[in-house]
Design a protein around this ligand. Sequence first.
Ligand SMILES: NC(=O)c1ccc[n+]([C@@H]2O[C@H](COP(=O)([O-])OP(=O)(O)OC[C@H]3O[C@@H](n4cnc5c(N)ncnc54)[C@H](OP(=O)(O)O)[C@@H]3O)[C@@H](O)[C@H]2O)c1
Length: 320
Amino acid sequence: MATYEPKNILITGAAGFIASHVANRLIRSYPHYKFLIYGKTGWIGGLLGKICEKQGIPYEYGKGRLQERSQLLQDIRNVKPTHVFNAAGVTGRPNVDWCETHKQDTIRTNVVGTLNLADVCREQGLLMINYATGCIFEYNAEHPEGSGIGFKEEDTPNFVGSFYSKTKAMVEELLKDYDNVCTLRVRMPISSDLSNPRNFITKIARYDKVVNIPNSMTILDELLPISVEMAKRDCRGIWNFTNPGVVSHNEILEMYKEYINPDFKWTNFTLEEQAKVIVAPRSNNEMDASKLKSEFPELLSIKESLIRNVFEPNRKVSTN
Ligand SMILES: NC(=O)c1ccc[n+]([C@@H]2O[C@H](COP(=O)([O-])OP(=O)(O)OC[C@H]3O[C@@H](n4cnc5c(N)ncnc54)[C@H](OP(=O)(O)O)[C@@H]3O)[C@@H](O)[C@H]2O)c1
């Protein structure tokens, strides 16, 4: 039964004892999903489509702009989704500093657009899985660097140093009042595609100089399929969407050297020196992933996941 993907099944005599059991079994085994995904041209949205294809889940990308309510309603009418995934957002190019000089564009998508989609989904009785950010926290006296005390889901954001983070923190607060939303706090995403310039590993391997701070991070190869499962399980509310534990820039670059390029060298600089080459400050934090881990006990720690999902599949340095 697991390998057969039926389109339509006609059961005769479904009111009878055996046929009614067959019908119930089929409904449980082949629930009808149809995902509507926003963010077709984006990194996370693109990966989500591939996951749906791999899992045989019917999906379509939304054509509407998030801020245009009528276009979102049109998408929902056309696609008739069971779930909506919002991987659309303004992230800035070449980086989030762009948002400092494009504040209204950032608000239009990240605030007006995200709230609009959540509101439309609520009106239509749809769960919205929202790829949000954990870059709304920074280490503080109650959560010091290296302490192992991470920020929890119920903690109030304490980092609004960049305009991007400010908009994300404000929206997260407002989305708390939408019971149809599952907010996933993604951080410093990493994927097994080391050629992608958005990949945190690729970014830091290309920088002239890097800071060295432990952070919570999200291994997309492991966590995006989990977000699909969360939709199926009807998970709602806020979730720290990171692998448990932290990893520092230098620890990642040591792995890069060990698995990819033994000649790789890098130079560190301090946060004060970094501040001179960026416009807005960046968030550094540890997030408490215990809520996600209790829902998904198989979740790997950040260092295990980095090795299993990213460095081993990309290994260039032989073990002999
Ligand atoms: N990458 C990261 O470092 C990171 C970290 C934490 C959280 N996140 C969050 O995860 C989400 C997805 O990130 P990503 O890295 O996949 O972003 P991305 O590669 O920059 O893609 C963003 C997507 O959003 C779409 N979009 C932007 N404005 C839109 C609007 N008004 N209406 C409809 N679509 C719109 C873009 O489409 P067009 O090209 O057509 O505009 C694009 O498909 C974002 O909300 C981001 O804040 C990302």
